[in-house]
Design a binder for this molecule. Structure first.
Ligand code: UD1
Ligand code: CA
Length: 466
């Protein structure tokens, strides 16, 4: 069977009160229309066409060439939006799913169930519906008393008091026989409270022609949410977060407090990893098995291998190999690449730097634009000085070197294997393998001089000299 899809994404989303076009608002890190297109890809539609209008360019830039587009110049309603697809799809045989770009939680299984019912019952249209305790704002499904089939859909604003009591709602997703859809669309008018061309009127037109209109009522009502304002956006976020967390827990991830753990849709997590409260995993982050992450840790687009511990830290585009520990309070910026058994301690920042196995940067350091060998020890407060105001330069440190506390390594500079840089040194020249480098003023002590300084200071104060 040829299955096509039309995604409605041309609306402005006035109720969002936003400069960002509605369907680009993210839910768990992914724009709503991205969720919808991804779900359609899972059911293998032969063609997917997105109707764009408001913010067309932004939507097209985001979705790229994985879908086709039709433009709706003026937003005259959902029926008018579907009509814009007629030039591209009107001649096709098969069935067409119409889905709104603002219903990000609908799943592949639910769509497949609707398609199956549609095909089985030889319906001209099948509406995906849900039974809601609070149906306000949604179109109501009006069924025929005897057959139970759908007679029409009435928008909230056009409802009679009696119709408003109906709790079965239109989710805005439908399955149509493609040619019948476009034939019926040519008959709709904008004779309603909003003066819009409603797609929902296609249902009564087809029903009046004696066609069968089915309703596929979804089991999990949380899928039905249509996001029209920020309140619904937060609700969608909560519902999808719950779904994602449940998925990971069923796969063997321990989540201590699922209400305070935020995992975006494309994140992968290995078995027996424990997520402590306040853990936020974003983008294409991959986490291995047996890790402990959190509390209060934000990891974006990073790869974490197995048995890694990360406490109260922020990681962005970082790579952390197995058995390594990070934090508390560390910041791994893009290009941080940590080997196995590395230790990154408190208040350490790493940027565009590779630290080989066993390296330790335990406290208060900045390592940027550096290649650090195996088992190198960075003393407390030691830093790379990588930027002169114009250029970034590289620091290279050989295996087993020791960098003392509060050392400044002024790049470009190389510290040889096994070399020893004495605490407090400011290093401007390369250090050869196994050499010791001291670069600081030799200490002199002046006996009793502290008393002299105090006496002189008191005298000045007494005479009013500042
Ligand atoms: C629509 C349905 C309603 C259903 C609800 C489910 C109609 C008339 N109403 O109402 O029965 O319960 O969805 O969430 O269809 N759009 C366009 N062009 C337009 C108008 C809208 O592309 O001219 C797009 C929007 O970008 C949006 C989708 O269509 O993604 C739905 O439009 P919206 O205005 O949100 O419709 P609802 O009032 O929610
Ligand atoms: Ca809507």
């Amino acid at each position: 069977m040829n299955i096509m899809a039309i995604v409605l994404a041309a609306g402005q989303g006035k109720r969002m009160k936003s400069k960002l076009y509605k369907v680009l608002h993210p839910v768990c890190g992914k724009p709503m229309v991205g969720h919808v297109v991804e779900t359609l890809q899972k059911i293998n539609t032969s063609r997917t066409l997105v109707v764009v209008g408001y913010g067309a360019e932004a939507v097209q830039t985001y979705l790229g060439n994985q879908v086709e587009y039709a433009t709706q110049e003026q937003q005259l309603g959902t029926g008018h939006a579907v009509l814009q697809a007629q030039a591209a799809l009107g001649q096709e045989d098969g069935i067409t799913i119409v889905i709104c770009g603002d219903t990000p939680l609908i799943t592949e299984q639910t769509l497949l169930k609707m398609i199956e019912l549609h095909q089985h019952s030889a319906a001209a249209a099948t509406v995906l519906t849900a039974n809601l305790d609070q149906p306000q704002g949604y179109g109501r499904i009006i069924r025929d008393g005897s057959s139970g089939l759908v007679n029409k859909i009435v928008e909230q604003k056009d409802c009679t008091e009696e119709e408003a009591l109906v709790t079965e709602i239109n989710t805005g997703t439908y399955c149509f026989s493609n040619k019948q859809l476009f034939e019926a669309l040519s008959l709709i008018t904008n004779n309603n409270v909003q003066n819009e061309y409603y797609l929902t009127d296609v249902i009564s037109i087809l029903a009046n022609q004696g066609e069968t209109i089915q309703a596929s009522c979804m089991e999990d009502v949380s899928e039905s949410i249509g996001v029209n304002d920020r309140i619904a956006l937060a609700e969608a976020e909560r519902l999808l977060k719950e779904r994602i967390n449940r998925h990971h827990m069923l796969n063997g991830v321990t989540i201590i407090d699922p209400n305070h753990t935020y995992i975006e849709t494309d994140v992968q997590i290995g078995m027996d990893t424990v997520l402590l409260p306040g853990t936020i995993l974003k983008g294409h982050t991959q986490v291995g098995a047996n890790c402990i992450l959190g509390p209060n840790t934000e990891i974006t687009d990073s790869t974490i291998k197995d048995e890694v511990v990360i406490k109260q830290s922020v990681l962005q585009e970082a790579y952390v190999d197995s058995y390594t520990s990070v934090g508390p309070f560390a910041y791994l910026r893009p290009g941080s690449k940590l080997g196995q058994n590395v230790k990154i301690g408190d208040f350490v920042e790493i940027k565009n730097a590779t630290l080989d196995d066993g390296a330790k940067v335990s406290h208060l350091s900045y390592v940027g634009d550096a290649v650090v060998g195996k088992n190198v020890n960075f003393g407390c407060g030691a830093i790379t000085v990588n930027y002169d105001g114009y250029n970034k330069s590289l620091t290279e440190i050989g295996d087993d070197a020791f960098v003392g506390s509060n050392v400044n390594l002024i790049a470009p500079v190389k510290i040889g294997q096994g070399a020893y840089v004495v605490a407090g040194s400011t290093i401007t020249h390369n250090v050869d393998d196994n050499d010791l480098a001291v670069a600081r003023e030799r200490q002199t002590n002046k006996p009793g001089y502290a008393d002299k300084i105090r006496a002189s200071a008191q005298l000045k104060k007494k005479n009013g000299i500042s």
